[in-house]
Design a protein around this ligand. Structure first.
Ligand code: COA
Length: 244
């Protein structure tokens, strides 16, 4: 799949790589990028050759500096309403991919940038990463799921502080609070993501997908229902292993 304006899509040996590609605007997420992500994520989902996806930012300075503020209208306006609507879809879009998605974060990961990464299964960061949800500084609140995903990933008090102050945190702090899984030197970021992708690819892919479903679908269920989901998925997986 080629011909995108704002993303680069590559596929190599079972790994799909999406590069957010507006480096002059620090990979800010504009409507076009949202549309192109909307197009590519279902394609990843349906492509049997793809086992794991990696998402990263182009250029030296950012994973993504968030929603494209040049597309913001003057509040209140239909443009803002549209902005809110499309950002809300990101979470569902990423959740609908049954395969593991790894975010490789360098430089700025702000607003919709970090929100997109929080919709991924695993977040790796380079030492230069700066993460934050600056929406309150703009008189807004996060609208790509951040107010919900951040408290699910890190301790509530810390999540609240990040959201309510709009302050940016560095990679080491992000690691300390569990917002990212690992911090590596910048040159190691993509190789580390690829190595992790390959390790996951070496496993039983049905087990990997069912495990992802158990985690993502079970997260918002009461424990009893989540355990029942786990039992059903385990049984389905077990049946799949039985000889025909
Ligand atoms: N939307 C659109 N363009 C953006 C952008 C965004 N969210 N973030 C950065 N850019 C553009 C800048 O306008 C600038 O473009 P220009 O060179 O044509 O003027 C370019 O990216 C580089 O950014 P600049 O601000 O010059 O770099 P900096 O090092 O001084 O600051 C940031 C970097 C990330 C701190 C700063 O760009 C910033 O605060 N961006 C907005 C972040 C934000 O609020 N995102 C959430 C929106 S809800």
């Amino acid at each position: 799949m080629n011909g995108f304006e704002t993303i680069i899509y590559e596929k190599n040996d079972g790994i799909a790589c999406i590069t957010l590609n507006r480096p002059r605007a620090l990979n800010a997420v504009n409507i076009k990028m949202r549309d192109e992500l909307y197009e590519i994520l279902p394609a990843i989902k349906d492509d049997p050759e793809v086992m794991v996806a990696i998402i990263k930012g182009a250029g030296e300075r950012a994973f993504s500096a968030g929603a494209d503020i040049s597309e913001f209208g003057t509040t209140p306006s239909p443009a803002v309403a549209r902005q809110v609507r499309w950002e809300r879809d990101l979470w569902g879009m990423f959740l609908s991919v049954p395969k593991p998605v790894i975010a490789a974060i360098h430089g700025f990961a702000l607003g919709a940038g970090i929100e997109m990464a929080m919709c991924c299964d695993i977040r790796l960061a380079s030492e230069d990463a700066q993460l934050g949800l600056p929406e309150v500084n703009l008189g807004m609140i996060p609208t790509a799921g951040g107010s919900q995903t951040m408290p699910r990933l890190v301790l509530l008090g810390r999540a609240s502080e990040i959201i309510l102050t709009g302050d940016r945190i560095g990679a080491e702090e992000a690691l300390r609070i569990g917002l990212v899984n690992r911090v590596v030197p910048r040159p190691q970021l993509l190789p580390t993501a690829e190595e992790l992708a390959r390790r996951i690819m070496s496993l039983d892919q049905n087990a990997v997908r069912y495990a992802k479903e158990a985690i993502t679908s079970g997260l918002d269920m009461p424990l009893e229902q989540g355990l029942e989901l786990e039992r059903r998925l385990a049984a389905r997986l077990w049946r799949g292993h039985l000889p025909a």
